[in-house]
Design a binder for this molecule. Structure first.
Ligand code: MLT
Length: 267
């Protein structure tokens, strides 16, 4: 297994990514959520790397990817396509956690032939309603005025499954550390980008690739009924419910998520 960290330099900025697994193996790109970076997929990536070429980027402005905004889900998807081009991945599988799922939805819209398989993990397919949009503005203001610590304090109580803190405090510590590492302005700009994302329901019935929907059974941000609705609106989607996981299933139950993705991609 090779393991490498690298950077792609584009006119828009730098995309930092890690790569693991055999160069000739089928490729899968794992896309992180908000307000995180690629490390949220670290354990899953290591498990999948025994069978796949696993690429884990930091989205623009997050983690070690330096890029000024503004962002949209479509521009973030464009960065993934640039990375795939750089790695000479014509078609590839991808899994997106929450905001990462929105980015992959934008990628399906702009580049319908690039994905060979799509896993949407702990995510949604609707656009924000008025209350949701106001919440994004409030989150952007909070990030700009008070920084990532305030964002962590606001979001963390809903991110992990209800018994997570007692079950494994180290997971909560990893999550908090990751949030604290994100630039405040990126968090604000990404909130505004999520506020303006379109719904994905129109594309679900005619998706150009197989779809898997993964959800933590205690996800209180993108709950089970949301995942069931996405799977029902697509043709022949596979639904995997991860037990004892909240909105951060890849961090909370990496072995179960890796197994589900591997089972889906092996078909
Ligand atoms: C995420 O985990 O990426 C966010 O919770 C997504 C969202 O707020 O819609």
């Amino acid at each position: 297994m090779i393991y490498a960290m690298a950077e792609l330099h584009t006119t828009a900025g730098t995309i930092h990514y890690t790569e693991a697994g055999g160069a000739g193996a089928p490729a899968v790109i794992l896309v992180h959520g908000f307000p995180l970076d690629g490390r949220v997929w670290g354990d899953v990536a290591a498990m999948l790397a025994t069978r796949f070429r696993v690429v884990v980027p930091d989205l623009p402005g997050f983690g070690q990817s330096l890029q000024e905004g503004p962002y949209t889900m479509a521009t973030m998807a464009g960065s993934l396509v640039a990375l795939a081009d750089h790695l000479k991945l014509d078609r590839f599988a991808a899994a997106g956690l929450s905001m990462g799922g929105y980015v992959l939805q934008a990628l399906v819209r702009s580049h319908p032939n690039r994905l060979s398989a799509l896993s949407l993990v702990d995510t949604r397919a609707n656009a924000d309603d008025e209350k949701g949009r106001a919440g994004r503005d409030a989150m952007a203001k909070l990030a700009r005025e008070t920084g990532p610590a305030a964002v962590a304090e606001k979001m963390m109580p809903n991110m992990l499954h209800t018994a997570a803190y007692e079950a494994d405090p180290a997971v909560a510590d990893r999550l908090r550390d990751m949030i604290l590492d994100q630039p405040a302005e990126t968090l604000a700009l990404a909130s505004e980008a999520m506020r303006d994302r379109p719904a994905f329901f129109d594309l679900l019935p005619t998706l150009p690739c197989p779809l898997q929907v993964i959800v933590g059974d205690d996800d209180r941000i993108a709950p089970l009924d949301v995942a069931k609705d996405i799977a029902a609106k697509a043709k022949n989607a596979r639904l995997d419910v991860i037990k004892k996981a909240g909105h951060m299933a890849p961090l909370e139950r990496p072995e179960a998520v890796a197994e589900a993705i591997e089972a889906f991609l092996s078909k």
